[in-house]
Every structure is written in structure tokens, then in C-alpha cells.
Write a protein that binds this ligand. Structure first.
Ligand code: AMP
Length: 373
């Protein structure tokens, strides 16, 4: 029996463990945190220790055959030690590219991958120069540890530069030109140990308060736009010499052209639809790619929609009833007990049949009403 090590103990690790268990692969999660509710009772073993704990590193490497990650913000030193010890898929180098926006942007530029105009910023003076180059409307983003719109501020005039610089706490940042996009889409691509690439159908992503709300598949964009997004995702996986599952988020311009917004070296929230919508889920595909197994079919079983369940729309006693009463709704919960704010608590998938999108939107309205939002 193979034993897969997973760095990180959130919902992405949970769903990977569930598919691993179904396929007879043992999982050991090193959470990096003192708690990891989503994987308790789901992973075969959980190491609840920080990523700087030497003994945890030794234990992890001793117990697993090889490892992968469920999130990118793990110290590079830990990633390299795991890579040297047992093998890490994707590599520490690939993960490193997506840890910092500045590295990611430089990589995109060097490899001629289309993205929004940007400039790296380390001081207020540099921000002023960057704004001259990239403005008149820009988005300032901290280079490290940003997600779901955190550490971001929109700048619409030169008067806002000082306050924007203060709001990113004078941290190294990237100023991006604001993209007046038609919509946002994403592509998951798996690249096996043999270098074979398989993409998932392109999803269209709608956000609420900067957090993913709905993914609609196939994306409602021209076929050429979908093809271009898939080709860019494959090119990125090849340029990174990637092994594992890679998520690529895009802006679609009014012209239909795609620009890469962000990449993530792991399964992605916008790929959760595949758990019910595709022959192979993104988690099974990650498992196959990482374990050196042949990649599975990503054929779409029917038009699909994924609705995220966030803390602000969650009153379990009321909501679970509404979900299970909704035709075709497939509920996935992450086992979190703290539900405050807009934490991601689960999602609901709809596949095929009539009006998948309107059923998802009606359910969302009901949940929001029940939770008094
Ligand atoms: P990010 O965390 O970089 O993915 O940004 C979160 C969301 O903010 C994106 O999904 C977009 O909706 C919006 N956004 C980020 N960067 C830009 C940009 N350069 N132009 C327009 N919208 C943006």
C-alpha cells in the first residue's frame, strides 16, 4: 500500500484523503498547525505540529513514500527538506513560484504568458513610478500570503497612492493594471510523472465579497477562449516542468483574450464541481499525478454549477434541510465547527438536468435569507 504525505490540513487535504481512501492509498497529513479539523477522522494519521518542527519533519519523512501539498504557503526550507527526504510533487521550485506574486509575475513575463501589466513595488517612490507606468486604475497587492482579495487595494487616482501604500503596511507589493474583464475563468491541469498533461473543462467564476461564490461549467465564453485558456494552462505546466495538479485563474478581456491572474500548485475551489461533474475529480487526478498513476478522464458528465457555502450564509439546522430538499443538490461539508465570518464551510454541486444555474442561485438566495444576510 502506498503512503502519501500531505502538507496542510484544510478542506483540500480532506477531499484528497477521501479519494485516497477510496483508492487504497494511505494518507499522513502534516498540518503545520495545532488543529486541523477538516482532516481529523479522514486522514490515516495527522501530525499536528508546526512546519519548523524538526522532529515532525523526521517523523513525516520516515512514514510517507512521497508527498504533496494542499496549500502553497509552506516555508521553502520545509518543502526542500521533504523533497530531498522522500520526493515532493509538485517540486519545491514550482511551489516557490506561486508563493510570491512577484516571482509568479516574473515567471509569467519571462515565459511570454499573457497577464495584466504590472510593476514590482518596494517603496512609496517606486509605487509612484509604477502608477505612472501601469495606471490610471491599478490594484496594489502584497507580494506574499495574499488570497481571496486579502492584502489588496484598488487605486483610482494619484491622490490615493499614500493611503494605498499604508494599507498594504509598506510591504513589498505588485501594482497591477486594473483589467476591465468580461468574466473570470479557471482551468485545472494535471501533469503526470511521465509529462502527460490533461486539462479539466473550463469553469467560469463569480465572486461575492472577493471570495468565490459560484463556478459555472462549461464557462459561458466562446470556444476559442476556452481553447486558449486550456493551451495557456498546459504551457504553464510544461514551462514549470510540473508534476501534480495546477490551477490557473484567468481574466477574460472583452476581446475574448485571456490573461493569467494567479496560479495555485494544488486543487482549487473552482475545481470542486469536478467531484460530481467529471468522470475523475480534481482530487483523484492529483492523487493519480502524484502517485505516478495514469491520469483519468476529465469528461464532463453534464452542465455543472458549484455553490460555495460561506460562514455568512450558514445556519446548519435550517440550511441542511433546504439543501437536501433541492433537486440534484450534492452537499460537501468540510467538518469545521467554527463558522464565523466568511470561512469556507462546504459547497454544493449541481450536475445536469434542467436549470442547473437557476437551481443553484435559488438555493443561495434561500440560504442567505435563512441566515439573515
Ligand atoms: P486575486 O486574489 O488576485 O485573485 O484577486 C481577487 C479578485 O479581485 C479577482 O478574482 C478579481 O475579481 C479582482 N481583481 C484582482 N486583480 C484585478 C485586476 N488587476 N483587475 C481587475 N480585477 C482584479
Amino acid at each position: 500500500m502506498m503512503t502519501l504525505g500531505i502538507l496542510g490540513g484544510g478542506q483540500l487535504a480532506r477531499m484528497l484523503c477521501l479519494d485516497a481512501r477510496r483508492m487504497g492509498v494511505k494518507t499522513i497529513v502534516w498540518s503545520g498547525t495545532p488543529t486541523a479539523e477538516p482532516v481529523l477522522g479522514v486522514a490515516d494519521e495527522v501530525i499536528l505540529k508546526g512546519f519548523d518542527d524538526e522532529r515532525a519533519l523526521e517523523e513525516f519523512c520516515w512514514k510517507v513514500d512521497f508527498a504533496t501539498v494542499e496549500f502553497e504557503n509552506i516555508p521553502l526550507e520545509t518543502l526542500r527538506s521533504v523533497e530531498d527526504g522522500v520526493g515532493l510533487f509538485p517540486s519545491a521550485e514550482s511551489i516557490g513560484v506561486s508563493q510570491h506574486r512577484s516571482r509568479e509575475k516574473r515567471f509569467l513575463k519571462e515565459h511570454g504568458i499573457p497577464c495584466a501589466p504590472f510593476a514590482l513595488v518596494n517603496s512609496l517612490e517606486e509605487l509612484k513610478d509604477a502608477y505612472e507606468a501601469v495606471g490610471p486604475v491599478g490594484v496594489l497587492k502584497t507580494a506574499a500570503f495574499g488570497y481571496d482579495g486579502k492584502g489588496q487595494v484598488k487605486i483610482c487616482s494619484a491622490d490615493e497612492l499614500e493611503s494605498a501604500w499604508a494599507s498594504v503596511e509598506e510591504q513589498p507589493s505588485v501594482l497591477e493594471g486594473f483589467v476591465d474583464f468580461e468574466c473570470e475563468v479557471s482551468v485545472l491541469v494535471a501533469r503526470g510523472r511521465d509529462g502527460v498533461c490533461v486539462t479539466f473543462p473550463v469553469g467560469e467564476n463569480e465572486h461575492r465579497h472577493h471570495i468565490l461564490d459560484l463556478t459555472i461549467v462549461p464557462a459561458r465564453v466562446p470556444a476559442e477562449t476556452r481553447k486558449e485558456a486550456e493551451e495557456v494552462a498546459v504551457r504553464l505546466a510544461e514551462e514549470l516542468n510540473y508534476r501534480g495538479l495546477l490551477a490557473v485563474e484567468f481574466f477574460v478581456e472583452k476581446s475574448g483574450r485571456v490573461l493569467v491572474n494567479e496560479i495555485a500548485p494544488r486543487p482549487h475551489n473552482s475545481g470542486h464541481y469536478s467531484m460530481n461533474g467529471c468522470v475523475t475529480s480534481q482530487f483523484e487526478q492529483q492523487l493519480r499525478a502524484v502517485c505516478g498513476l495514469p491520469l483519468g478522464s476529465t469528461e464532463l458528465l453534464g452542465d455543472s454549477v458549484m455553490l460555495n457555502l460561506l460562514g455568512d450564509m450558514w445556519t446548519p439546522d435550517l440550511n441542511i434541510g433546504a439543501i437536501v430538499e433541492t433537486e440534484g443538490a450534492k452537499l460537501h461539508l468540510y467538518g469545521k465547527t467554527a463558522t464565523e465570518g466568511r470561512r469556507k464551510l462546504g459547497h454544493v454541486n449541481f450536475v445536469g438536468g434542467k436549470n442547473v444555474l437557476s437551481r443553484a442561485i435559488d438555493l443561495k438566495e434561500t440560504l442567505l435569507q435563512q441566515s439573515g444576510d
